[in-house]
Design a protein around this ligand. Structure first.
Ligand code: NAG
Length: 239
């Protein structure tokens, strides 16, 4: 048993090194060798790696679908193995969101409740987890933005359809920023976008400028920067 534990520790260390270095495919190859593992720590990392490979530009649509469902399986198993693992709750919620792209509107709405529950649990287990707080904000923003026809379907199908407001979303984005200032370009962008929804141009401009000036480290940062810049030109024209 001791040998086994020691080995898992080593694999996790190697996995975290590969993750930090952005070696997405190598990380996936390493962790899939241990996919029968019962270790929650290993399984949520495998879930994360599967969805990261799914998101690579070189991944075909067919592979992507396979990986996204595979990721959900791993996340689910991680949670089964350890109900107190905040990372397992977080990645389970994220993975359910991903498969939503392949499911009908009914499943998507049903999943919205489950996603919320697991993000809340992740935050409860770690109130300093800025990413989970941010994702909860995204959840609120998405639900607040839900088009009328989806809202109508939700009302027909469920006694209490998911509901939220931009104010609630804003609360989470601010809280994430408090916990870990400047941790993520997208949180800055969403602060700006939420203020736009609330017709507060002054605060919107403040956060969008921060998003635009955020140092670019990833492909996503670059997309965020472009979107922030576009939104800023958009409303300087109107003034
Ligand atoms: C479950 O996860 C928590 C939080 O990461 C950890 O403290 C605990 O030791 C884990 N339990 C087991 C049985 O691995």
């Amino acid at each position: 048993l001791c040998v086994e534990v020691f080995k898992i520790e080593e694999v996790l260390e190697q996995a975290d090194y590969l993750y930090e270095s952005g070696e997405t495919e190598k990380l996936y190859q390493l962790l899939t060798q241990y996919k029968e593992s019962e270790d929650a720590e290993l399984l949520w990392r495998l879930a994360r790696a599967s969805r990261d490979v799914a998101q690579l530009s070189g991944t075909s649509e067919e592979e992507k679908k396979f990986l996204v469902y595979e990721a959900l399986e791993y996340a689910k198993r991680a949670l089964e193995k350890n109900e107190s693992s905040r990372e397992a709750h977080k990645w389970y919620a994220i993975c359910i969101g991903d498969v939503g792209d392949y499911e009908g509107i009914k499943a998507k709405i049903a999943n919205a409740y489950i996603i919320k529950e697991h993000f809340e649990k992740a935050i409860e287990l770690n109130p300093k987890d800025a990413t989970s707080i941010h994702l909860m904000g995204i959840w609120c923003y998405t639900v607040a933005e839900m088009p009328w026809y989806q809202r109508r379907i939700a009302k027909v199908l469920f006694a209490t359809p998911p509901s939220s407001t931009y104010e609630e979303a804003l609360g989470y984005f601010h809280r994430a920023e408090q916990v870990d200032p400047n941790f993520y370009s997208k949180n800055l962008l969403l602060l700006g976008k939420t203020y736009l929804k609330l017709h507060n141009k002054k605060f919107a401009a403040f956060w969008l400028t921060k998003a635009k000036d955020y140092p670019v480290h990833t492909e996503e940062d670059k997309q965020i920067q472009t979107e922030a810049a576009q939104l800023l030109t958009g409303f300087s024209d109107k003034n």
